[in-house]
Design a binder for this molecule. Structure first.
Ligand code: PHB
Length: 390
């Protein structure tokens, strides 16, 4: 008798136990650890990404595939050791199932080993150095790469009468990526590099470098500085009279970042850049995006960092629909590979081989339209791969 009761108890326990994971699973919130610089000189990136993440959740609801999405925001103030510590704490103590954000390349590098050890998907919403996805098999990128954003302007410049260029980049991984790509593509298309400079990332003083560029008498000054730094460079470009000397300003579009472009003044007019996103992009998806973003964040205009955050959330939602709410590392990655959707910037795809983003690039010119400065797109390159070789 006792044996029979315990057998029944055992059967009940086994059946119930087998059902448990599904029941508990459907009710467990899914925590997304979002690590970004929210204070310090790079805070504009964090603010843009967070605004877009919040907007995505507000528009799509906070439940997907039966799981409530909880975003746990941490401010790393652009300190790699802090990023790493938060990534570890989020995974171990808070049981975050996804890590996201990563405002700058060194911050992404710092967290990558934690994603690998914990088998947690790590979504790069901002950083742009080419090698980042190679740092962990759990990394997926929804931002951009510097080769992707640089190669198109190198080809454009060479084909539009720009023969001599001085390159000026921020002295860290994405700057080196951008410089290397520009030099290779521009010279392969017949251009000549007449001088180059790398500017420190911490407390940069652009004045001596911009003067050196002017003295080398190039047709154009090529610039990469991280998002938020454009205004300081533009000030030197204006004060030192490069435009008057006939020296054009070109680069990937970080220098004419939509977040601060309108405050740069007339000096920015005529700057030609290549980039994946402009707030002026004339698609119905982008018009709706910009209107909703500006309504939710008065006084702010979305920039290219914001769409990395928006699409990072789109990726999470689309993957969870495919996996029935599981964010288990290997399942998540398998479901993410090859996904494609319409972003405010155009169609984007997660390359199944590299887990990196394939996206359209645009050539744009800064113009004053209805009293405001915009990156006005005038040429379009579809589906540019992460290595920029289109
Ligand atoms: C980066 O650190 O990877 C980075 C930051 C800001 C940018 C581009 C790249 O505008």
């Amino acid at each position: 008798m006792i044996a029979r009761i315990s057998l029944i108890a055992l059967v009940v326990a086994v059946v119930f136990g087998a059902c448990m994971p599904a029941t508990v699973f459907a009710q467990t919130p899914l925590k997304v650890g979002l690590i970004l610089p929210m204070t310090g000189p790079m805070a504009s990136t964090g603010k843009q990404v967070v605004a877009a993440v919040k907007l995505y959740v507000a528009e799509h609801g906070d439940v997907v595939a039966g799981r409530k999405i909880e975003v746990l925001l941490r401010d790393d103030a652009n300190a790699a050791e802090t990023t790493k510590r938060y990534a570890q704490e989020l995974v171990t103590n808070d049981h975050a199932e996804i890590l996201a954000g990563f405002g700058l390349t060194p911050l992404a590098f710092a967290a990558a080993p934690i994603a690998t050890a914990a088998k947690v998907p790590m979504i790069i919403m901002s950083a742009g150095t080419f090698v980042i996805p190679q740092k962990s098999p759990y990394i997926i990128r929804t931002s951009f790469t510097l080769p992707q954003n640089t190669a198109p302007i190198a080809v454009w410049a060479a084909k539009h009468g720009i023969k001599k260029v001085f390159t000026l980049v921020a002295d860290y991984a994405p700057g080196i990526d951008s410089e290397t790509t520009f030099k290779a593509v521009f010279t392969a298309n017949g251009g000549q590099i007449v001088g180059e400079a790398r500017v420190p990332v911490q407390n940069p003083d652009y004045a001596p470098f911009v003067q050196k560029a002017k003295d080398s008498k190039p047709d154009a000054l090529f610039i990469f500085v991280p998002s938020g730094e454009g205004a300081a460079v533009m000030k030197q470009y204006a004060e030192r009279g490069l435009a008057k000397a006939g020296i054009k300003l070109i680069g990937p579009g970080d220098v004419t970042d939509d977040d601060i472009l309108d405050s740069m003044g007339d000096a920015a007019i005529g700057t030609i850049t290549s980039m994946d996103y402009s707030a002026a992009h004339a698609s119905p998806e982008n018009k709706a995006y910009v209107a909703a973003f500006e309504k939710a964040n008065p006084g702010m205009r979305p920039n290219f960092m914001s769409v990395g955050g928006w699409d990072g959330m789109a990726l999470i939602y689309e993957v969870l629909k495919k996996t029935n709410g599981s964010a288990e590392g290997d399942k998540f990655l398998a479901a993410a590979k090859g996904l494609s959707w319409m972003s405010p910037r155009g169609k984007i795809t997660i390359d199944p081989n590299t887990r990196d983003i394939i996206q359209d690039e645009y050539i744009r010119e800064v113009k004053r339209v209805n009293g405001h400065l915009w990156n006005v797109e005038f040429d379009h390159l579809p589906a540019v791969p992460p290595d920029g070789k289109f």
